[in-house]
Write a protein that binds this ligand. Structure first.
Ligand code: IPD
Ligand code: CA
Ligand code: CA
Length: 265
């Protein structure tokens, strides 16, 4: 394992044990409203601080982009961190959430960790080296027809400006696939596409820390990730379509009739 990935794994596992400990007594956790339907708990913040400490402890000159504390440093190496993806699930004791850490080197995703502390599932990838779940090599699923596929998605929950086109997409997805799931952690949803547990995924208006690690996992597992027209700028735009190569193309075709100008950009 590349030393940088080893450090990222260490950071993710530390944050994971902190999250697991906190999950034993959810009533004790202080929660703040970031905005309507958007919560941050002291656990998100403590996990993020612990991750940043571990990463900067090993690489003091690297830069950081983290959900709760924003950007720091200036370097060709930037760590993109979601300390707890799926906070709403976590706060309800619904066991589907993860720590997500990715390294961007000169704008390219190079290392990725998504760690599910409830199942001790560790998803890792390094550019050109494949994707793994614990010690097992991952491949995306082999399903070739949309109608046989299981698709993950995320509902709009804070910003409802794309709700109408989203519902039109959802309506198609419900009718044209074998099932649609909204597990509640985008990073983990993407990891599941890499692992072949989902055949595809789409969501509007995600943030770079939701996507970065999961995207590299999928690419290294032989899948494709893009924005709603199939381009590569999904990290900045936040509109994400992913899947095994066959399902990716069929998802793009399914979504196309529902795209507004804003979603095409
Ligand atoms: C959220 C989760 C959710 C997705 C939201 C994200 P958070 O992240 O990934 O699945 O639908 O768009 O914001 O806020 O729990 O880190
Ligand atoms: Ca998130
Ligand atoms: Ca988060």
């Amino acid at each position: 394992m590349h030393p940088m990935l080893t450090i990222a794994v260490k950071a993710a596992r530390r944050a994971g044990s902190l999250i697991n400990r906190a999950s034993l007594d959810l009533d004790l956790i202080t929660v703040k409203h970031k905005s309507e339907n958007d919560f941050v708990s002291e656990v998100d913040q403590a996990a993020e601080q612990s991750i940043i400490e571990t990463l900067l402890g090993a690489y003091p000159n690297h830069a950081i982009l983290a959900e709760e504390s924003g950007e720091q440093g200036d370097s060709e190496y930037q760590w993109i961190i979601d300390p707890l993806d799926g906070t709403t699930n976590f706060l309800h004791g619904f066991p589907q959430y993860a720590v997500s850490i990715a390294l961007l080197h000169k704008q390219a995703l190079t290392h990725a960790v998504v760690y599910d502390p409830t199942r001790n599932d560790l998803f890792t990838a390094s550019k050109g080296q494949g994707a793994f779940l614990n010690d097992r090599r991952l491949r995306v699923s082999k399903r070739i027809k949309l109608k046989d596929s299981l698709i993950g998605t995320g509902f709009p929950f804070r910003d409802f400006s794309h709700l109408d086109p989203y519902l039109a997409m959802f309506r198609d997805a419900v009718q044209k696939t074998s099932g649609v799931r909204r597990p509640g952690s985008a990073a983990l949803d993407l990891a599941y596409v890499a692992a072949g547990r989902l055949d595809g995924f789409f969501e509007i208006a995600l943030k770079p820390w939701d996507i970065a690690a999961g995207a590299l996992l999928i690419q290294e597992a032989g899948g494709l990730v893009g924005d709603f027209v199939g381009n590569e700028n999904f990290l900045d735009r936040g509109n994400v379509v992913a899947g095994n190569p066959k399902i990716f193309v069929q998802l793009l075709q399914m979504l196309a009739p529902h795209l507004t100008d804003a979603l095409r950009r």
